[in-house]
Design a protein around this ligand. Structure first.
Ligand code: HEM
Length: 373
């Protein structure tokens, strides 16, 4: 479709789909014509109202800027850098556990790729790591299990509602605990933060936390497994990064271009817009295919080749513009540390040919549920 219908209406979902890189940049960055507030498409459901109240990803400026600046204060480069020793320790513990168990097969998702970021995000937020199975269930319910359009239908929202309710109640009880105690941490900072001369209420903080919790782990674990998939297909690249670990950061940017974990980036057209020769009516749902834009031949030379030496990799996997992913430095660091830990520990690792890789439905999420290694 990128060549034949680069901007086209998908009748079934009602989405205007955008497949070319340049158009994707326009949709992601032109906040005046493309709004992040998708509430017009989302059924009005009590659970969702609570969830969306503090979710600044779904807001436009000025509210977005005010809310984002509160959390950014806690996500400074210095803070993220300071997490490195702890991330190295968690990765080492997970690899020790694999070694203690013995055998020569693992499921990379269950054994390392998921527990690492979920442990990190839980610790950053001050939530009990022992509850990580709940975090996974909620992220699955919101991002993958119910399909990409679940948020936009009564049926889909009803399917997600029990998980959202459970998550809201869980986070609310932690916010109340923080209010009643003097424990330090991100939740404490949010409880005390002031915006517009007023404090955040409990529901706003719950929305904030839900956003971090959901955005912060499934995506990162998918970036990691996508890196392993790409390396497995390119043994030459493995040799190169083993010889020069300094190549890992640019290799990971190529992974994000080649296999964006998120499939769609959604916006609402605030006015009639002409894009890719099409007239998109005001109020339309406009979705950039992050998977397609990374392979756009008018932007990237040999886009289907995984090339860790590309000069400039301007992918959209973390978005672009005002809503650029707040957790990108953290995600990049976690994956770099996890990969280095594996290279240190194992002389060789391969995806076996006799065990199935289980993928998510590719229209919902671009990665694996299980990756035997
Ligand atoms: C925003 C992807 C990891 C927190 C975004 C956006 C994308 C994205 C595409 C832009 C959404 C938009 O423009 O509407 C990813 C990917 C990740 C990742 C692919 C891992 C490889 C993380 C982590 C965290 C996080 C680890 C938290 C610790 C956020 C937040 C936003 C966001 C809070 C909203 C920013 C805003 O609206 O201003 N992410 N993300 N993400 N991400 Fe990430």
């Amino acid at each position: 479709k990128r060549q034949s219908e680069p901007v086209s209406l998908d009748e079934a979902s009602g989405r205007w789909q955008v497949f070319r890189y340049r158009d994707g940049v326009t949709v992601a960055t032109d906040a005046k014509r493309f709004s992040n507030d998708l509430s017009a498409f989302i059924p009005d459901h009590e659970e969702l109202r609570t969830f969306t109240k503090g979710n600044f990803q779904a807001m436009d400026d000025p509210r977005h800027r005010q809310m984002r600046s509160l959390v950014s204060q806690g996500f400074t480069p210095k803070f993220v850098q300071g997490l490195a020793p702890r991330i190295e320790q968690v990765a080492a513990e997970l690899l020790d556990r694999i070694a203690d168990r013995g055998g020569d097969r693992i499921d990379l998702v269950a054994d390392l790729a998921h527990p690492l970021p979920v442990t990190v995000i839980a610790e950053v937020m001050g939530l009990p790591v022992a509850d990580r199975h709940l975090f996974r269930r909620w992220a699955d319910a919101l991002l993958v299990d119910n399909g990409v359009d679940a948020l936009f239908s009564e049926e889909g929202v009803a399917a997600m509602a029990p998980s959202i309710r459970e998550m809201n109640q869980y986070l609310l009880s932690h916010v109340r605990e923080y209010r009643a105690s003097d424990r330090a941490g991100l939740i404490r900072a949010l409880v005390e933060a002031e915006t517009d001369g007023r404090r955040l209420d409990d529901q706003e903080i719950v929305g904030f936390l839900a956003l971090l919790l959901i955005a912060g782990h499934l995506t990162t674990s998918t970036m990691f497994t996508n890196a392993i998939l790409s390396l497995d297909e390119n043994p030459g690249a493995v040799k190169e990064i083993r010889a020069d670990r300094g190549l890992i950061p640019q290799m990971l940017e190529e992974v994000l271009r080649y296999r964006s974990p998120l499939v769609w980036l959604d916006r609402r057209a605030t006015e009639e817009v002409e894009l890719g020769g099409q007239r998109i009516p005001e109020g339309s749902l406009v979705s950039v295919s992050l998977v397609s834009v990374g392979r756009d031949e008018s932007e990237f030379t040999d886009p289907d080749t995984f090339d860790i030496h590309r000069a400039q990799i301007r992918h959209l996997a973390f978005g672009m513009g005002l809503h650029f992913c707040l957790g990108a430095p953290l995600a990049r660091m976690e994956v770099r540390i996890a990969l280095n830990a594996m290279l240190d520990r194992y002389d060789d690792f391969r995806i076996p040919t006799d065990a199935p890789i289980v993928f998510h439905d590719p229209k919902d999420f671009n990665g694996t549920r299980q990756l035997p290694l």
